[in-house]
Design a binder for this molecule. Structure first.
Ligand code: FAD
Length: 418
């Protein structure tokens, strides 16, 4: 049987990007349909690190949600900073908030995606949201009356949903981008990552700083250890796919080699146990400001290639883009205008105004990682200079300061100790 439904907006994908869009569409009172091929709770290969941007979008949606998150230490682990380990093994500790009051809520947290995405998914039901799970979208068709029809099966039935707007929140390999993006169909810059859960990793930071180890053999990628709830750690590697191809790197071997042989890492794993399979997935990086909308559609999260090219952070950008997409849809519905020019102004504009500069800086930082001596230089000096250490901390929250990383004068000052 074919079931036909119509609505204002269809969201394909209920990960952070789709959930963010739905939550903010509900706030705006706009009827919409969310479709996901998985059944929640579902896993997603990830480092499981959530930053201040994730916290910002959640707090803005509902201030109580973060209190809820921090009241469940068995599921969500507060994190107060990052440890960056330079190629020479020197570490720089970067607290997210160097002058933090001891009672202040942590700026970030880690949590298994199985838990976090389900937390978001449970927030979706509302009088404005109809949710289909276990529903794999098979086709997207443009209609002559300025609408789009999405088709999927549910048990014995085929469901066809028609709306003037569709939101592609279907991640890295989604169908929306493939069907609607024409020449921009493939992601320009791509990293491949592996994730493994371990128990018993030693030497984790007291305040659960996440660790990025820029090992020479992985540059400009890195090996990570993120402390997780219940004594676990999320451990992984991410490398540019172009480098994997060029150097014929076996990512799994590379990761296990670091765990077994790297002098800074291997000791900490001597009593550790792998507790899940090692799994891989792609990270579409935001290295270029490509279009993220067109006639009758918007792309959010990984479908829009919004992962930070330096840190690999994509959850915060997925949620943020979902929020901005919902604002744009609200305008489009008010004006009954769903064409490419209108959506570009209402969505691409604000999105790149907020994230564009940050992504540009991170693209430059990623390129700088090709010069390990520069990284070593900063790590050596930061270890000796509390002042420089503090400046680097502030760089993480202050975009103008972070831009200093791109300027030769910054390195000259460090080099000549001024
Ligand atoms: C190894 C690795 C480590 C990472 N580490 C971090 C980290 O520590 N911190 C961080 O912030 N980011 C990290 N990221 C990036 C982060 O995982 C992504 O940016 C984030 O998941 C993007 O969210 P999304 O909602 O756009 O896509 P997804 O989370 O992928 O969700 C897409 C949804 O769409 C659904 N879907 C797909 N196709 C269809 C279809 N045809 N029909 C219906 N539904 C469909 C899927 O089932 C899925 O639920 C990492 C990524 C990888 C691969």
């Amino acid at each position: 049987m074919i079931k036909r439904v119509s609505t204002e907006a269809i969201i394909i994908g209920a990960g952070p990007a789709g959930a963010g869009t739905s939550i903010y569409l509900t706030k705006a009172g706009i009827p919409h349909i969310v479709i996901d091929k998985a059944s929640f709770p579902r896993d997603k290969v990830c480092g499981d690190g959530c930053s201040g941007k994730t916290a910002f979008v959640l707090r803005k949606a509902n201030p109580q949600w973060l209190d809820e998150i921090f009241s469940m230490p068995q599921s969500f682990m507060p994190s107060h900073g990052i440890i960056m380990v330079a190629p020479n093994g020197r570490a720089i500790n970067i607290p997210y908030k160097p002058n933090r009051h001891p009672d202040e809520q942590a700026p970030g947290f880690t949590t298994p995606r199985m838990v976090f995405d389900n937390f978001l998914f449970e927030k979706l039901p509302s009088p404005y949201a109809t949710i289909y799970q276990n529903a794999n979208v098979k086709s997207i068709t443009r209609n002559s009356d300025n609408t789009v029809t999405v088709s999927f099966s549910q048990g014995e039935d085929t469901v066809e949903v028609t709306a003037p707007l569709i939101v592609g929140a279907d991640g890295d390999k989604g169908i929306t981008r493939k069907t609607l993006m024409g020449e921009y169909f493939s992601h320009k810059a791509y990293t491949v990552g592996l994730r493994a859960y371990y128990e018993g990793v030693e030497g984790l930071h007291d305040e659960n700083f996440i660790e990025l180890h820029f090992l020479p053999e992985l540059l400009p990628g890195y090996f990570w250890i993120f402390p997780m709830p219940n004594g676990k750690a999320n451990v992984g590697v991410g490398i540019l796919s172009s480098r994997i191809r060029a150097k014929k790197i076996n990512l799994r071997e590379q990761m296990l080699k670091a765990i077994e042989n790297n002098p800074n890492i291997s000791q900490r794993f001597k009593n550790a146990k792998l507790v899940d399979k090692i799994q891989g997935w792609g990270l579409p990086m935001g290295v270029e400001q490509l279009p993220v909308s067109g006639d009758n559609y918007l792309l959010v999260g990984d479908a829009a290639s919004l992962i930070d090219p330096f840190s690999g952070e994509g959850i915060g950008n997925a949620l943020y883009s979902g929020m901005l997409a919902a604002y744009a849809i609200e305008k489009a519905v008010q004006e009954k205008n769903y064409n490419a020019a209108f959506l570009k102004e209402a969505y691409d504009g604000p999105l790149y105004k907020r994230l564009g500069n940050e992504l540009k800086i991170s693209t430059s930082l990623q390129k700088l990682c090709r010069f390990p001596w520069l990284f070593n230089l900063i790590a050596n000096k930061a270890n000796k200079s509390p002042e420089l250490s503090k400046t680097i901390s502030f760089m993480f929250t202050d975009l103008n300061l972070r831009d200093l990383f791109r300027k030769p004068s910054f390195y000259a000052k460090i080099l000549f100790n001024r």
